[in-house]
Design a protein around this ligand. Sequence first.
Ligand SMILES: [Zn+2]
Length: 342
Amino acid sequence: MLPFKLVYSDKYFLPIGQHVFRADKFRLIRERLLATKVADDSDFLSPEPAAESDVLLVHSPHYVNKLMEGALSAREELQMEIPYSPQVVDAFMLHTGGSILAAERALQDGICVNIGGGFHHAFPDHGEGFCMIHDFAVAIRAMQKRGRIRRAMTVDCDVHQGNGTAAIFANSARLANVLPSTSAPALAAPAEPAGARTSGNEVFTISLHQEHNYPFVKPASSIDVNLPDGCGDEEYLAWLDNAISSGLRQFDPEMICYVAGADPFQHDQLGGLNLTIAGLKRRDELVFRAARSRGIPVMTTYAGGYAINVEDTVSIHCNTVIAAAETCRTTPEGTGGEKLTA
Ligand SMILES: [Zn+2]
């Protein structure tokens, strides 16, 4: 039995036909976790669909209406890059409910992994890049609305920049800090504006991504790390370490949303980085250790993963659960923030 919960539903499957996005990966991940005895049935929680009122905390009423009525234009559907159907909307609502549940459980248990979600290319008024509803932005806003947290940090390690996340939280991510895509030096701590660590309903956004890849217009995150093509494990991990350390010097989150994309993998069809499966697991460990040692709850979503061999995508995503479990065993709980009970 795991020291935290996994959120999953068979209805996470997206009926989008033959697609580079293998919508059966969620089921395959669950099956692998069970077959390898990393998890058992009791570790899984089943989500409810998100309430429309929660989705409206992020998305415009006009856009939500179009989704519910099936009134997207041909251009809007093209931009989404997945076919529209009411069943696809239902699946996205369920992934979003899953991320809300994962946020609640992370705040309770220290860690929770949604075996889905991570739709970071959805904007308030449109979807794009396989993303219809921004599940974890909705989860953050729902936790803020319910008074569970004020400040959250997103750590997006998908190979593609989190453009929707950056756009949604642009007004609250007050510290813009674009890192150059050169070799990885130690980052100096940027000047810290008075009150930055204590004020308001803020969300600090970090994105590590391949610079020369979709999205070609990248709205500014709080910290963007534009990685060069072919970036390998060591360079990537050095940049990630720097970005998280820098972010946590500037900002004091009550929850981290970790976007554990599998597409920085060297054999990904849509990515141009060169990370190994072992390197990606070290990435996960780095994020979980950084959070746990400071006592910051982490909710995780999965986002992309388009390896030539789907079994590699499944391995990378399963390793995220293993990394979280190992971190619980090996890393002492921090004393700041909400206590980790896992
Ligand atoms: Zn991606």
